[in-house]
Write a protein that binds this ligand. Sequence first.
Ligand code: SAH
Length: 372
Amino acid sequence: MSVPSLPLLGQSLSALKDWAVAQGQPAYRGQQLYDWVYQKGIRSLDQVTVFPKAWREGLQNYPVGRSQLVQRMEARDGTVKYLLGLADGQLIETVGIPTSRRLTVCVSSQVGCPMACDFCATGKMGYRRNLELHEILDQVLTVQEDFGRRVSHVVFMGMGEPLLNREAVVQAIRSLNQDIGISQRHITLSTVGVPRQIAWLAEQDLQITLAVSLHAPNQALRQQLIPSAAHYPLESLIEDCRHYMLRSGRRVSFEYTLLAGVNDLPIHARQLAELLRSAGRSGVQLHVNLIPYNPISEADYQRPHPSRVEEFVRQLEQHHVQASVRQTRGLDRNAACGQLRGSFLQNRSPLASNLGMTSRSQEGPTAGAVPS
Ligand code: SAH
């Protein structure tokens, strides 16, 4: 019988049944545990009130696998950014983005990131470690619990490069789907591209959306912005995306952060359209997501004027490339990913006061806040 290793979050229903039996309990206790871990979002086993009191009190220190909420910051538009403390003291960021119909969570896949993109706050902090499966799932449960509302969409666009932590990320995608109930079609994995990994992902037969961070329409400029691109020629990346689209039948979206005067000129839009035309042959669908740069203190790029952004979209459309501009939410405008952690560690809290956000540090929220 396979008894799961710690922690409980991330374990399958059958593994939790085995765990209950190994604890001398009937297997249905494992089913109960599964519901309380994934649906009610318990933080400690003594919250499982359907368990016999003596047993659950004996288990109260057994690790469920939940992280600690260190800081919570809410923007005027309702976007909430969380700083979460992991068991070894590392800190990661997660963002909850509500609209009337959706609740999207932007999850981190690593502590820091080794890709070192020149305009990215996380890239500037360097790499610490990969996140474990339970540390990824916990982010979604935390947002669900805090909003008191079910998460509908998940984007792997927080800290880290998901394809450098592919096993945990793919397990998390499956668990988000099977155990937490989020449709795979509502999950997006964003990657800057790692050689051979997009092909590997294609073989996992997932129904998720792949988003590829391009940021430049030619190899020379791309390498300047994304050092890791030196090891992954743009033509190979585009070919891998084409293969992914054909294999999965899913549309790929390309992210393009607009940096004023660097990659936002009409010539860049034309080159980008040309590049994507090669990916788009064979009738596969693709889409460009333009992200006006969110200024970070560690880099001195500028956000382009909205008229420049509009012109870029117009150029792409003229060349029959579908494009949209990512809506800037309160936190995007004021605190790009990675900055909350940075400012917290420097023991200042300029974000909340400057930006009209309310900040509070707190203990983890109590379980059971999510309507089932
Ligand atoms: N490692 C993944 C996820 C990164 S975050 C990837 O590279 O795709 C998601 C997107 O935000 C990426 O396209 C990333 O390049 C972009 N991004 C990072 N910092 C940014 C900033 N300061 N302004 C605008 N976009 C940024």
